[in-house]
Design a binder for this molecule. Structure first.
Ligand code: ACO
Length: 326
């Protein structure tokens, strides 16, 4: 078997805004209850960015923590891929603002937009750069301030989302070319633009010259989510010859506990292997997976050598999975 460059995770970091908003507090703002929110979604609380606290600020803190955990300095990074649907500005890319804030002068930084699937798309993209040999060390970031695009009068959506950022450092390392290698073993991405009306933001520079608000047909999203994410996880199992029993951890996009549990059940992934942070973070879109990874690394669940499956589905629709040996 020929040796192969592998994109290996060497650090992880995250950042949540200080302000934590419970369901009870939300119930003072819109006509809802803790019981309604928790029963349907598993969400108990979410963090909301302070006035003036932007996506790039959260992303920069998460990236700094990931660099510390990797034992790297900013000068070691030659690629930044930042997934967000809530950039500081229409342009320049939020990734370039993180690059500047970290004092990085070399390499390339760009944003990637795949809504809730953004982090999985960013991992897959960075992986292709690293295994081609063109770049050596990447910061892969998911960062969002969804609170800024919510319609705070619409109780069907505003109770579901939160703000935050998470980051990993990926390094190109020589592997054996087998599934025992550390690093990204398989990625599968999909999209289908026919589903636009089910989950979208009703504004933008080219259409309305406004930022707009998130709109969602929740039941329709729910109906598609489980089938789509289990399809791309099955693709990962087929590509690697690995199965649900081989996984150490399943780290899904944290949108809704019922979607998470139904996906795991469909693929016979045991409950003990699921990392869940949705109760405390809400749905932070592209930030949700790296936030969950950071929690599970910090508390010692995810360890080097463990097999980790990440997956997400979001607006577009977009959906994808990545199998990573940590
Ligand atoms: N508080 C109290 N009542 C509410 C609220 C609220 N926050 N929101 C809606 N209701 C009411 C509705 O008005 C409706 O009342 P009615 O029966 O008198 O008309 C009732 O509750 C039921 O509403 P439904 O929309 O049918 O509720 P449902 O059981 O479908 O749950 C939910 C809604 C939680 C959004 C669900 O559809 C869901 O989880 N969908 C998945 C969407 C998702 O996770 N999206 C995240 C973004 S996409 C992604 O990340 C994959």
């Amino acid at each position: 078997m020929p040796s192969k460059l592998r994109s290996t995770v060497i650090g992880v970091g995250s950042c949540l805004p200080e302000r934590r908003v419970t369901n009870a507090e939300l119930a003072t703002m819109v006509d809802t209850t803790d019981e309604w929110i928790f029963q349907r979604t598993g969400i108990k609380a979410r963090h909301i960015a302070a006035e003036g606290e932007t996506t790039s600020m959260l992303a920069t803190k998460a990236a700094e923590r990931a660099l510390v955990s990797a034992g790297c300095c900013p000068q070691d990074i030659d690629l930044i891929v930042l997934a967000t649907s809530t950039p500081d500005l229409t342009f320049p890319a939020t990734a370039t603002q993180v690059q500047a804030a970290l004092g990085i002068r070399q390499g390339v930084a760009f944003d990637l937009q795949a809504v809730c699937s953004g982090f999985v798309f960013a991992v897959a993209t960075a992986d292709k750069f690293l295994i081609s040999g063109s770049h050596r060390r990447a910061l892969v970031i998911g960062a969002e301030t969804f609170s800024r695009i919510l319609d705070w009068k619409d109780r069907t959506t505003c109770v579901l989302f939160g703000d935050g950022a998470g980051a990993i450092v990926l390094e190109a390392r020589q592997g054996e070319g087998t599934i025992a290698d550390r690093g990204v073993l398989a990625t599968h991405l999909r999209s289908d633009g026919r589903h636009r009306e089910k989950l979208y933001v009703d504004g933008g520079p080219s259409s309305t010259q406004t930022v707009g608000h998130l709109r969602m047909l929740g039941k329709d999203v729910f109906r598609h989510a489980v089938g789509m994410v289990t399809d791309v996880m099955t693709d990962s199992f087929k590509a690697t010859g690995l199965g649900a029993d081989d996984l150490d951890w399943f780290v899904p996009h944290q949108a809704n506990e019922r979607i998470i549990d139904a996906s795991a059940e469909k693929l016979h992934i045991s409950k003990e292997k699921i990392i869940k942070t949705v109760s405390q973070h809400g749905n932070t879109s592209a930030a949700s997976i790296p936030l969950a990874l950071a929690v599970a690394c910090a508390d010692g669940r995810i360890k080097p050598g463990h097999l980790v499956m990440i997956e997400a589905m979001g607006g577009g629709f977009t959906w994808g999975s990545a199998m990573i040996r940590w």
